[in-house]
Design a protein. Structure first.
Length: 350
């Protein structure tokens, strides 16, 4: 959920040498000429409608099933639909859905705060900074020190239990994703203190309404014990699904040297991103984020246009001799885990 927009880098040649930023300008002109930045409101309306109907169907099935452990079978489809809801919020934040900023924000608040209990403003702020400087150790919050670390320098500074986690972070990565669904809600609540009063009131109210509605739904259909098990399973699978959609995108890719050469927009986004090959099923499960290079180059490009832009971007990179990373889904996880294992070596005994 980010308001990042496409840079308009259109600097001309100076003395026959192209400034780094101008590498992007020809590609931007071609993408615009083919209409790939135009909104697809009809496509999004259908997709959002189907997703909402799916959520309603799961809620209805939960109510009809009543007090039985069989209701746990509804947690996986609800987790998948929750991830789909998050993808809608993500696209709204990037202004992919509507031209009007208020309309995108309304869609984001509905899908993020009300339906998921995840703060739209928090995600926007974090995701904006990621898009501006992907994989930059000093500027990208996604590679800052947290439960996991991403450089040997970060790993070497870990102490106590955190150091043990770092040693084994490649093995722990997927199990830790099971906590991500809850972590997103905790971070959303914590971020309310940063927000302006008016924004805090709106976001906080929607988060409370989500919590009340979710609690009423489960406690109306199930006794407390089963309701808690259902909620934990739902959030665990939601976090796992969402984490597995984001994990292949940048982990193990180039990390710009803060003291080194400053890259232009094209190199900054292409060299730090990885695409995942696949078909319609992959596109659906990953919410279009498998076209990560195209998404980072054109963050406000509607999701259905990313696959259409891919041949243009790939050819442009080939012309410039710029690496274009694309691999299968399993291999993308292997590359990311390999990077985490290598980094964790700095915290392992000699």
């Amino acid at each position: 959920m980010s308001q990042a927009t496409v840079p308009s880098e259109s600097r001309v040649l100076v003395g026959g040498i192209a400034p780094p930023g101008s590498e992007f300008a020809p590609l931007l002109r071609e993408v615009k000429a083919q209409g790939l930045l135009r909104r697809r409101r009809g496509w999004y309306a259908r997709m959002i409608g189907v997703n909402l109907l799916g959520l309603i169907a799961v809620v209805a099935a939960l109510a009809l099933a009543g007090n039985t452990w069989w209701t746990l079978l509804l947690a996986p489809p609800l987790a998948v639909l929750s991830a789909r809801t998050a993808f809608v919020g993500h696209d709204a934040g990037h202004a992919q859905i509507a031209l009007d900023r208020r309309a995108n924000r309304a869609i984001g608040l509905l899908h993020g705060n009300l339906l998921l209990g995840m703060s739209y403003a928090w995600w926007n702020d974090k995701h904006n900074r990621h898009h501006a400087n992907p994989n930059h150790i000093e500027k990208d919050p996604d590679v800052g020190v947290g439960a996991l670390v991403w450089t040997a320098e970060q790993a070497a500074e870990r102490r106590g239990f955190a150091r043990w986690v770092t040693r084994h972070q490649a093995l722990l990565f997927f199990p830790m994703l099971l906590l991500e669904g809850i972590a997103l809600k905790v971070s959303s609540i914590q971020d309310l203190r940063r927000q302006a009063m008016r924004e805090r009131a709106l976001e906080g109210t929607l988060l409370v309404l989500h919590a009340i509605g979710y609690g009423i739904l489960l406690l109306t259909c199930l006794p407390v014990g089963k309701a808690m098990v259902f909620a934990l399973l739902h959030h665990a699978l939601f976090g796992l699904h969402l984490g597995m959609a984001f994990a292949p995108n940048h982990k193990g890719m180039e990390m710009p040297d803060p003291t080194g050469e400053r890259w232009g927009h094209l190199r900054r986004q292409v060299l730090t991103s990885r695409n995942v090959r696949g078909g319609a099923v992959t596109d659906w499960l990953l919410g279009g984020l498998n076209y990560q290079i195209e998404h980072h180059l054109f963050p406000n490009m509607p999701r259905p246009h990313l696959r259409l832009a891919q041949p243009l971007v790939r050819q442009h990179c080939r012309t410039l001799g710029l690496p274009y990373a694309e691999t299968g889904l399993l291999d993308s996880y292997q590359q990311g885990l390999r990077h985490m294992h290598t980094v964790g070596g700095a915290a392992r005994p000699e």
